[in-house]
Design a protein around this ligand. Structure first.
Ligand SMILES: *Cc1c(COP(=O)(O)O)cnc(C)c1O
Length: 379
């Protein structure tokens, strides 16, 4: 099956009871047993739920993995991955990463004795220098948030294999429509399904997909033992979202390109970060590992003025000022005061998250309206 067909049919079967084309929302915590242990494969909904299972199968299918797991949020999914580790273990992580991931690593897991190295991975060779006998995991986010750096997954996968270290990729920004990390050698793909997978800004959810059976069993154990699962209603919503992932992504990419080009030509704009530009430092890698360049764009205004950047996001009308990304509607954000406020100023500025940086999640509205909106806000 090819990708577009998989988004609709991958891992799905029609409901056995009545042939419902969409899996019913099994809003139940438990399942009747005829005799102790005499059940139909379902005992308790933390462990298994048919609606969640349908979604997990869809995740596995579109990411070209064998096993999918759904969680109550993206961070719950990341949390499950880190629970594979033990005190004394070390992680090499992308430095320019989602603020909540950084907070989870540094504010929770450092206290449990896990050591994190946050490094620039635009040069894949950098990773080698930080690997030692304690290293158990490499954590990659690409494109990065919010600087849209591109990390060469294939090269880092080779490093991970060489040292027998797990490689996990946060594929939230790209989605499997644009890039499939398992095909490039990653062991674990993670998603905030809150974003493009759900696609309609109406649900918070996380996902993991793996190929390896033993790794899947460890993660299913953690999912059930820790219990950060998502409910059946949310599972239904994300399953429905996935069915249009490919058409939404196509339009996100088209609009993203138009907005990036418009911003690049605007006299008040200092710099535009978007991997589709030939001038982007890792454009060639983006071209090789991604199908297109996505709808996420960051830019700075001339003079790097905090208040001016705030004024721009306040004036935008169609681009709603809000946390999050990846929904059908366009959103704007000011990372320094919003998504990345939990990262110390010196740390965030090292990676380029300066005061005037504005991040756009370009939606699937009409391109002309989006550009007019930017024109009036920057005007
Ligand atoms: C939103 C996001 C997360 C966290 O996901 P939640 O669903 O909000 O818990 C992790 N990584 C990236 C890249 C994100 O954008």
């Amino acid at each position: 099956m090819k990708f577009n067909t998989k988004t609709i049919h991958g891992g799905q079967e029609h409901d056995k009871a009545y042939g419902a084309v969409m899996p019913p929302i099994y809003q139940t915590s438990t399942y009747a047993q005829s005799t102790p242990g005499g059940h139909k494969g379902y005992e308790y909904s933390r462990t298994h739920n048919p609606t969640r299972n349908a979604l997990e199968n869809a995740f596995a299918s579109i990411e070209n993995g064998n096993y999918g797991l759904a969680f109550g949020s993206g961070l719950a999914a990341i949390d499950a991955v880190i629970k594979l580790l033990k005190p004394g273990d070390e992680v090499v992580s992308t430095n320019d990463l989602y603020g909540g991931t950084y907070r989870l690593f540094t504010k929770i897991y450092e206290d449990f004795g896990i050591k994190f190295h946050f490094i620039g991975m635009e040069n894949a060779e950098n990773v080698d220098d930080y690997i030692n006998d304690n290293t158990k995991l490499i954590w990659v986010e690409t494109p990065t948030n919010p600087m849209l750096n591109i990390i060469d997954i294939k090269s880092i996968a080779a490093t991970a294999k060489k040292h027998k270290v797990l490689l996990a990729v946060d594929n939230t920004f790209a989605t499997p429509y644009l890039q499939q990390p398992l095909n490039l050698g990653a062991d674990i793909v993670m998603h905030s399904a809150t974003k493009y997978m759900g696609g309609h800004s109406d649900v918070v959810m996380g996902a993991l997909v793996v190929k390896d059976k033993a790794l899947a069993e460890q993660l299913y154990f953690i999912q059930n033992a820790s219990g950060a699962v998502c409910g059946p209603q949310d599972s239904f919503l994300v399953l429905r979202g996935i069915k249009t992932l490919h058409v939404r992504m196509q339009r996100h990419c088209e609009n993203g390109k138009a907005v990036a080009q418009y911003l690049a030509s605007h006299p008040r704009v200092e710099q535009v970060y978007w991997p589709g530009f030939e001038s982007h430092p890792n454009h060639e890698i983006a071209k090789a590992q991604m199908k297109d360049f996505g709808g996420m764009i960051s830019f700075t205004t001339k003079g790097n003025n905090y208040d001016e950047a705030i004024k721009v996001v306040e004036k935008l009308k169609i681009f709603t000022l809000a946390e999050s990304l990846g929904g059908v509607e366009s959103l704007s954000g000011h990372p320094a005061s919003m998504t990345h406020a939990s990262i110390p100023k010196v740390e965030r500025e090292k990676t380029g998250v300066v005061d005037s940086l504005i991040r756009l999640s370009v939606g699937i509205e009409d391109e002309e309206d989006l550009i007019k909106d930017l024109e009036q806000a920057l005007g």
